[in-house]
Design a protein around this ligand. Structure first.
Ligand code: GLP
Length: 263
């Protein structure tokens, strides 16, 4: 596992955007580059930087297919807190050559959630899997909407959200946890970890426990993020603020090993 420690949020986002761009540019095959994407506040700076690169002609999305991690069940696309809306507002609407037909987001209004999830997995498989999955992390270490004790082998499916997550996410719903949908469709931990590479953004003091559990804790379904330890292409990009619960030797180890800038 690589852990990239940056001074602050902006530098973390710049590092992550540069990394993603380098992978897209290096992809010379005819088949599209398949990119997994998250929502949440963590990736906003990454989307801003990727959009800038795209607008200024430094990076093309013409041969990129995207799959988003999750979507609230029961929210229409037009709802300003749906993840469809978020992705268009923060990313896709700002890309000049992203093809709409290459954007994949689970349909939260489906009348058959099980089928929707099965078909999503099948579509990912039809592209040969995901090349790079970027993700965020919940304060309880959840990846996508895989709350504590979701199987580390889970696939795309319906998830019940914990009260904790609904409280945390209520900041986007007028601070009313009851207004946050109680269920979501989400890729599984197994879906994310089948990707060739996984890049997880972890920033801010409130994520310090989750970062320590991901890097130093035992692999456990209590912290679904800890499954990253078994992934051969796992990278965590974090900021200083998130490092507060790491032991000093872990912190020094990653600064030392990454000093040579292995981008
Ligand atoms: C939600 C999303 C996750 C995201 C998490 C953290 O629960 N389903 O994919 O990682 O929020 O969001 P934030 O980046 O806003 O802290």
């Amino acid at each position: 596992m690589r852990v990239i420690i940056q001074d602050n949020y902006d530098k973390m986002c710049k590092w992550a955007a540069d990394y993603i761009a380098s992978k897209i540019r290096a992809h010379k095959e005819k088949r599209p580059f398949v990119l997994g994407l998250p929502t949440g506040s963590s990736p906003i700076g990454v989307y801003r930087e990727l959009s800038r690169m795209n607008r200024e002609g430094e990076l093309s999305f013409a041969n990129v297919v995207t799959f988003n991690m999750d979507e609230y069940l029961g929210l229409p696309r037009t709802h300003d807190q749906s993840y469809w809306y978020f992705m268009h507002d923060n990313c896709f609407d700002h890309l000049v050559d992203m093809k709409p037909e290459n954007i994949n987001i689970l349909n939260g209004m489906t009348d058959d959630p099980e089928r929707e999830c099965r078909e999503y997995e099948a579509k990912i498989a039809s592209y040969g899997g995901i090349d790079l999955f970027m993700g965020g992390i919940g304060v309880d270490g959840h990846i996508a909407f895989n709350e504590p004790f979701t199987s580390l082998a889970s696939r795309t499916g319906v998830r019940n959200l914990t009260t904790d997550t609904r409280i945390v996410n209520s900041r986007f719903f007028g601070n009313d946890p009851e207004a946050v949908p109680s269920q979501a469709l989400s890729v599984g931990v197994g879906t994310v970890f089948d990707s060739k590479e996984v890049l997880i953004l972890i920033n801010g003091h409130n994520k310090a426990r989750a970062l320590a559990a991901t890097v130093e804790g035992a692999v456990s379904q209590k912290w679904t993020c800890s499954a990253l330890q078994y992934h051969n292409g796992a990278i965590i990009a974090c900021d200083e603020a998130a490092c507060g619960e790491l032991t000093v030797d872990t912190y020094k180890y990653f600064l030392d090993i990454e000093r040579a800038e292995r981008l």
